[in-house]
Ligand binder design. Structure first.
Ligand code: GYE
Length: 339
């Protein structure tokens, strides 16, 4: 009996020792295999690394919230979120970090379209699917990403110009010379490229429309205001401002007011995104129209991931449906807006 007890004690010591040894070794294994130690605590959660552009606009904030409220533990996810502060180099670092941590999926909202081949090649090599959201990437090998979900930015440009043509017609100004300035988004981003190109194409149909100048306001309110101030100093008789997002339009509106002019009347304000604050601006009479760009991509990306998890195929390019909101619709619709 005594012997049995001794044997049991020895066995227990051995078992404890093995458990300790196992733990220590596990951490070591995780490190050498490049896995984040914390990922061993993730259990069955799907780990998603999301490289976000930054926090430059209301649209972006809504987009971030959409991801953060969708990719929660209760829904079976662990979200690793990285804010790139509008710099592609930070995004490349973030993606490499996600690869190191061996995440299950990488989601990128790219700042600009070009320059993605190398890092996406690394993700492919590591066997991690990459989903692109919002802006597009320009790569020669489309096997470098699984799919893309976002907006048709060129169509948004067409919609803005078509709204202007209709508005001028209603105002009896179709044949007048119309002087336009554009506050462009981040140069080289799909949202900038598409919106600029869409409007540009429509200029061909309106020889009386003159594009006086185009400059980037980096999608921010402060830069939008700064660029508009300089436009107002350089050009007399600006009839229309096309701001490639709402926040730059808000900056432009402030600059116009400071120059003693009336936005929405003396100068027509056309914008993109249609965030809630744009509806407020339209109700106040400052902004004339906002072309919608939908930021609620979180649930869309989750749906894609769920399909991929089941081994189902997903469409390579997925466009989101969007509308055009002129000032006269703002009061009725503001309460129903989700962002
Ligand atoms: O219009 C702007 C944001 O890429 C669609 O980025 C997005 C744009 C959006 O900063 O407000």
């Amino acid at each position: 009996m005594k012997r049995m007890k001794q044997l049991l004690v020895v066995l227990m010591i051995l078992a404890l020792g093995m458990a300790f040894w196992g733990c220590g070794n596990k951490d070591k294994d995780d490190q050498t295999s490049g896995k984040d130690v914390s990922s061993s605590e993730d259990g069955d959660l799907i780990v998603v690394g999301f490289s976000q552009v930054g926090a430059e606009s209301d649209w972006r904030t809504a987009n971030t919230k959409s991801f953060q409220s969708t990719f929660v533990e209760d829904a079976g996810y662990k979200l690793l979120f990285d804010d790139a502060q509008q710099k592609q180099e930070n995004q490349i670092k973030a993606v490499r970090n996600f690869i190191q941590q061996d995440v299950d999926y990488i989601v990128i909202a790219p700042v600009v379209e070009t320059g993605w081949e190398t890092v996406l090649g690394e993700a492919k090599e590591a066997g991690i699917p990459v989903i692109i959201v919002d802006r597009m990437i320009d790569v020669s090998d489309d096997s470098l990403f699984t799919c893309w979900v976002g907006s048709n930015f060129k169509q948004e440009g067409y919609d803005a110009a078509d709204w202007l043509a209709e508005y001028l017609d209603k105002e009896g100004r179709s044949d007048e010379t119309i002087n336009i300035v554009t506050l462009q988004g981040t140069i080289g981003s799909s949202a900038q490229i598409g919106r600029t190109e869409g409007v540009e194409e429509r200029l061909n149909d309106h020889p009386n429309w003159v594009m006086l100048d185009r400059q980037t306001g980096e999608f921010t309110q402060s830069k939008g205001q700064e660029v508009m101030e300089s436009f107002l100093k350089s050009y007399d008789g600006i009839d229309v401002v096309i701001a490639e997002n709402d926040n730059m339009a808000f900056g432009a509106i402030d600059a116009i007011k400071a120059a003693g002019k009336v936005p929405g009347k003396d100068i027509i304000i056309i914008s993109f995104d249609a965030v809630k604050a744009a509806f407020e601006s339209m109700i106040a009479g400052d902004m004339n129209v906002s072309v919608e760009c939908n930021p609620l991509h979180g649930p869309r990306v989750s749906e894609i991931i769920q399909k991929l998890e089941k081994g189902e195929k997903v469409d390579k390019l997925q466009y989101v449906e969007e509308g055009v909101y002129p000032a006269e619709t703002a009061a009725e619709l503001i309460d129903s807006r989700q962002y």
